[in-house]
Structures are given as structure tokens and as C-alpha cells.
Design a protein around this ligand. Structure first.
Ligand SMILES: NC(=O)c1ccc[n+]([C@@H]2O[C@H](COP(=O)([O-])OP(=O)(O)OC[C@H]3O[C@@H](n4cnc5c(N)ncnc54)[C@H](O)[C@@H]3O)[C@@H](O)[C@H]2O)c1
Length: 363
């Protein structure tokens, strides 16, 4: 019988409440405490889960000193994560951080460095990798059933009401909300499903006059990936009307793969002459919950097995966040950005760039 991993949850807002539920349901974790700046959020976990007052803190340092957790789950806004991460490592905890790891690429590198120096595990909650439509798409492309991917169109067209009760508020005023909060998931999916790395980025960001977001809520990018893959990406939170559209179509040597809803509806067209695509049967998942549940189990199992780079690792996340930073730079300069040049400018160690994660989660 394995002792559960003693876990501290930091941030009990919109996303933290999902983590509170998952951490309690996960047999490999035991929640030993909660941290939040707001009494109302700590009252939520006391009322809902019977958390004792002695397990609820306003300050991360105080919680770490009192509880000495094995694992910290960070579900705070992405501003100021470096301090929270370093404090967690200094107190001997492993870290599972919400995405994005930071809003600054240099800061993300320093967090990965700090984990390495402290000999602690660092994982990032890119839960989209654990959606059935994503793992299945990856498995189909890896099997070469319809040949190698060649080019793709990724369209995410959504009117996201950033003032809706129960949603976080910080994206309304942050820098580049679409890029750092949403496109980061999409770029991570693209890398993961194609098993390829982005080599060059061109990007323009935009904000329509009716946008409720202070900074750009639309991202248009062209990504060139290893294997000669070209991706045309457009994502927005400021669609006019309430008509949501999602399509991710990948054309391959011997057919095409299509995802027609944000979290489901995977279709495959086999053969060059196919004039219709057939559905790929997938089990049901509660979006953004069951995928995170699988990620949590996977990460904790790896930590228990002694891994310091549990998948999806902080090191791997640098290759997703690097693309997001490149998109922002391309928008600012009007030029395309070569990823190897961006990594060289940031002195990203070669061993991190050579890092490959085993192909988990299993299809
Ligand atoms: N992976 C996903 O599917 C997914 C979905 C939603 C949000 N997120 C991510 O989760 C993170 C949190 O987002 P959210 O929607 O919960 O935001 P939120 O604003 O609703 O909640 C953040 C909480 O953190 C608390 N907090 C802020 N600073 C703190 C500090 N220094 N110490 C302790 N608590 C602090 C706030 O009081 C708040 O309760 C973000 O990084 C976001 O991108 C991920």
C-alpha cells in the first residue's frame, strides 16, 4: 500500500475548485492544506470538504512551513509564479503548476532551472493532451494509418464572456490574454499530436473594437514544424455573435483527420479520393475535468516512481511557451521568428532542447 502524496493546493478560484475536487477523488493524493488570498475561497473548501481551519492559509510560505507538503499544486493566476515555485522547491515540495508556467519566457526558464537545482519534480497542467480526441489523433498519426501529416488549419472561434460569474477576471486586463491563456493549450496540442517541434513562427495579434479584453483577444499565426508540417492557426475569444466554431483539419499523405468540436468529434477520411469523413468512436469525458484527472494520476504516479521530469514536464513546456513568446515577438516586430534563434538568445541549455518525453499518455 503506497502512502498518498501529501498535497497543498494553492489558489482556490475557478480552476482551483476543480483541482480541490480532483485531488480529493484521487487515491494517490491527500490534500493537507489550501492557500488563497480570499477568505471566501477558503470558506468554500471548509464548507464543501470539511477542511479544518488549521489547514487553510492566506500565505504560501506559512502553509509550507506548517505543513511540509510533498507536492504543491499551483492554481493561481500566472503572474508571479517564480516566487511561488522557488518557495515550494525550497521547502522540498514537487510542483504541478497550471499553465502557462509564466508570462515571461525568461521567468519560465528560471523556474525550470530552480526545479533542477533543488532536485524536485516540475510538471505543467497541459490537460488538453489527455482529451480522448487528442490522444486518439496522436495515435492515428503515429501509426501512419493515413500517412504523415503535411499541413493543417486550426480554427478556434469563440465569444468568451470574460465577465461571466465563475470565470476568472485576470484575462480581461492582462497582456496578450488569448496567446498566454488559450493559444498556449492549442500550440501544446499541435506539438503533441504531430510529435513535432515548431521551427519558425509568424504571428499577428488583434483586438476588435467590441472586445471586452484590454489586450489582444485574437491570434493569427503560421507555424512551421519539423517534418515539413505547416499550420495555419486562428484563435479568438472576441468572435462577434454567439456562434462558436471549431475545426482542426490535418491533411496527410493518405487522407485527413478532422476535429470538429472543441473537445470531441474526431473524424477520419481514408484515401486520397475520400469524399466524406467517418467518425472515430471515443468514450465520453467531462471536458477540462476528466482530462485533468488523468493528468493528475499520471503525474503523481511518475513522482512516486521517482521521476524528476514527470510528463508533461516543465522542460517540455518551454517548447510550448517558447512558441507563445515567439508569437508575441513576431507580432511586435512584424518579422517571423526562428525558434532556434529565440532559444539561443535565452540561453536555453542544449540538454533541455534535446529532451524528448516518452509518448504518454498512452492511446
Ligand atoms: N488547464 C485548464 O484547463 C485551465 C482552465 C482554467 C484556468 N486555468 C489556469 O489556472 C490558473 C488559475 O486560473 P483561475 O481561473 O482559477 O483564476 P481565478 O482568478 O479564478 O483564481 C485564482 C485564485 O488564486 C488566488 N490567488 C492569487 N494570488 C495568490 C497567491 N499569491 N497565493 C494564494 N492564492 C492566490 C486568488 O485569490 C484566486 O482565488 C491560471 O493559470 C489559468 O490559466 C487552467
Amino acid at each position: 500500500m503506497i502512502d498518498p502524496v501529501r498535497t497543498l493546493l494553492v489558489g482556490v478560484g475557478a480552476r482551483g475548485r476543480v483541482w480541490a475536487r480532483l485531488l480529493r477523488e484521487e487515491r494517490l493524493t491527500e490534500v493537507v492544506g489550501y492557500v488563497d488570498l480570499e477568505e471566501e475561497n477558503l470558506a468554500h473548501v471548509r464548507d464543501r470538504y470539511g477542511a479544518p481551519s488549521a489547514a487553510c492559509f492566506f500565505d504560501l510560505g506559512a502553509a509550507l512551513r506548517a505543513l511540509r507538503p510533498d507536492l504543491v499544486v499551483l492554481a493561481t493566476p500566472p503572474m508571479g509564479r517564480h516566487r511561488q515555485a522557488v518557495l515550494s522547491f525550497e521547502h522540498g515540495a514537487h510542483l504541478l503548476s497550471e499553465k502557462p508556467l509564466a508570462l515571461d519566457f525568461g521567468e519560465a526558464i528560471r523556474i525550470v532551472q530552480a526545479a533542477e537545482e533543488a532536485g524536485r519534480a516540475l510538471a505543467v497542467a497541459v490537460n488538453f493532451r489527455y482529451q480522448h480526441c487528442v490522444t486518439r489523433a496522436r495515435a492515428i498519426l503515429r501509426s501512419r494509418e493515413i500517412g504523415a501529416p503535411s499541413f493543417a488549419r486550426y480554427v478556434y472561434w469563440r465569444n468568451r464572456d470574460g465577465r461571466r460569474p465563475g470565470l476568472n477576471r485576470f484575462p480581461l486586463t492582462m497582456r496578450q490574454p488569448m496567446l498566454y491563456e488559450q493559444t498556449v493549450h492549442h500550440v501544446d496540442e499541435i506539438r503533441f499530436v504531430y510529435d513535432a517541434e515548431v521551427e519558425r513562427v509568424w504571428c499577428r495579434c488583434h483586438n476588435p473594437p467590441w472586445s471586452m479584453y484590454r489586450d489582444d483577444a485574437t491570434v493569427a499565426a503560421v507555424l512551421e514544424l519539423t517534418g515539413g508540417i505547416l499550420v495555419s492557426y486562428i484563435g479568438t475569444w472576441s468572435a462577434q455573435t454567439r456562434m462558436t466554431e471549431f475545426v482542426w483539419r490535418t491533411d496527410c499523405e493518405g487522407g485527413a483527420l478532422l476535429q470538429r468540436q472543441m473537445f470531441s468529434d474526431l473524424f477520419i477520411a481514408r484515401g486520397r479520393d475520400a469524399d466524406a469523413a467517418e467518425p472515430v468512436p471515443l468514450p465520453w469525458q467531462e471536458p477540462l475535468v476528466d482530462d485533468a484527472r488523468q493528468l493528475l494520476t499520471d503525474v503523481v504516479e511518475q513522482i512516486l516512481a521517482g521521476s524528476l521530469h514527470p510528463h508533461p514536464s516543465g522542460v517540455d513546456h518551454l517548447r510550448t511557451l517558447g512558441v507563445i513568446a515567439a508569437c508575441e515577438e513576431s507580432d511586435r516586430t512584424g518579422r517571423s521568428v526562428a525558434m532556434d534563434e529565440l532559444y539561443a538568445r535565452h540561453n536555453v541549455p542544449a540538454r533541455w532542447l534535446a529532451w524528448t518525453e516518452e509518448g504518454r499518455p498512452a492511446p
